[in-house]
Design a protein around this ligand. Structure first.
Ligand code: GDP
Ligand code: MG
Length: 423
């Protein structure tokens, strides 16, 4: 029997009559190449009947059609049917059917993609550091070069503030002034701190502007790590952390969007989290695990009211993706004001792969996976002109990074490094 006759027979037998088919339009009937041997008598061939409403029912070819075979030349037949009887019929051979083959090749495609991702990815982050990125210049004493210490060393000051800065010659000075004034008030009580400005391959005079602070405040208080090429905020924060001396480490945006005095809120929260005060027992707290995130989640309603619908949709979409793929315990993952104990920083940053904007998400993902206690604290936030976030493009980049974080950890292409020497 040729395919055409077969179809006529089939449609006569299977014409759907229920009211749910009444909206169906002309329909596509697909008949895939088969051969007589495969459809020999007694072999079961399953038909799937799909209506325009996408309801499905599997039908079996009547026994007496068991010896039907397809014309090899016929691949697709289009039929105009009465509206009330229209439906899409595809034929699915259980052994050699085209649908199965397609599903198999799609599966093989995904498998291949996964293999490529796993094989082409380094499981642990490779932090390359040029020799010029290993020292800072002491502009307070003949511009001598002084090597940065390592995060693996013991803490020697109470607090390190890491400021990632990319082309920030204008926004940086007010932030540094505010930060240094706030912290220097505590110095008289024996509080030791340092500020590390990481100029991330800036094209402007960010590094020399920051070095003037080294000259004025001294190399114990202000250091400038000048990266030779732009890595992205995550890369800059990571190298700043690796070069820090503090028992606790804060990273803070160079634009001063958060009032530095809000740091006391983070300190209070960390004290509760680890059960000790780092200003009193820095050695003890440096060995504890804890992360406190400044948060703008309480400002979300205002942000939605003032932003365009498009930006609001992008923001909510990003939050949803973060929640679905990576981090559930923190509402605002992106706030550039986060405080970590030295041990938490050592553990998280030695496994951190993402160098761009989405690094905060990976940082918190790592913390969640390793059970590091994380708390969120509401802070003030002022939109400061000159944002480096490029509308849409940066969001797309973040979305892609989020999916990659999820996929790479899921496949085991990225792994967590066990570097905790303190344990
Ligand atoms: N290191 C580094 N920091 C960057 C880069 N882009 C932005 N930043 C820093 O990230 C912080 C936040 O950037 P900002 O433009 O204020 O972002 P927004 O507050 O989210 O609009 C600032 O300290 C910037 O200097 C970059 O490519 N590299
Ligand atoms: Mg900002």
């Amino acid at each position: 029997m040729v395919a055409d006759t077969f179809l006529q027979h089939l449609l006569a037998c299977q014409a759907p009559t229920s009211s749910e088919h009444s909206e169906c339009r002309p329909v596509q009937v697909s008949v895939w190449r088969g051969d007589a041997t495969n459809n020999s008598e007694g072999e079961q061939v399953v038909l799937r009947l799909v209506t325009a409403k996408n309801t499905e029912s599997a039908l079996q070819i009547p026994k007496h059609l068991g010896n039907v075979y397809w014309q090899p030349s016929v691949r697709q037949v289009y039929r105009q049917m009465k509206p009330q009887t229209a439906a899409r019929v595809t034929v699915d051979h259980p052994k050699k059917g085209r649908g199965l083959t397609q599903r198999k090749s799609a599966g093989a495609g995904w498998l291949l993609l996964c293999v490529v991702i796993v094989r082409s990815t380094e499981p642990y982050p490779v932090v390359e550091r040029a020799s010029e990125e290993k020292y800072f210049i002491n502009t307070a004493a003949d511009n001598v070069r002084v090597d940065f210490p390592s995060l693996d060393d013991e803490q020697t000051v109470h607090l390190s503030v890491i400021v990632p800065a990319f082309d920030e010659e204008t926004r940086l000075p007010p932030m540094l002034d505010e930060c240094l004034q706030f912290l220097s008030v505590r110095s008289s009580a024996g509080f030791l701190f340092e500020v590390i400005v990481v100029s991330d391959g800036s094209h402007d005079s960010t590094a020399s502007v920051a070095r003037k602070y080294t000259a004025r405040w001294g190399p114990q208080l202000v250091r400038v790590l000048e990266l030779t090429t732009n890595r992205g905020k995550g890369g800059a924060v990571c190298l700043g952390m690796m070069s820090a001396r503090g028992a606790v480490l804060l990273f803070a945006d160079a634009d001063g969007a958060t009032k530095f005095s809000d740091f006391t809120k983070l300190e209070g929260s960390l004290k509760r989290l680890v059960g000790a005060d780092y200003t009193v027992a820095p050695g003890k707290v440096s060995q504890q695990l804890g992360i406190v995130c400044g948060s703008r989640a309480h400002l979300e309603k205002d942000a939605i009211a003032t932003r365009s619908l498009f930006r609001t949709v992008l923001m909510l979409g990003f939050h949803l993706l973060v929640w679905l793929l990576a981090v559930r315990s923190v509402r605002d993952t992106q706030c550039g004001f986060k405080l970590l104990t030295r041990r938490a920083a050592r553990i998280c940053f030695s496994s951190l792969h993402v160098q761009r904007w989405a690094f905060d998400v990976e940082l918190l993902y790592i913390a969640e996976r390793l059970g590091i206690p994380v708390e969120e604290v509401a802070v003030t936030w002022t939109e400061i002109e000159g944002s480096k976030v490029v509308p849409v493009w940066s969001w797309l980049q973040m979305g892609r990074d989020l999916v990659l974080i999820w996929l790479r950890y899921l496949l085991g292409a990225w792994r967590l490094k066990l570097v905790d020497k303190a344990e």
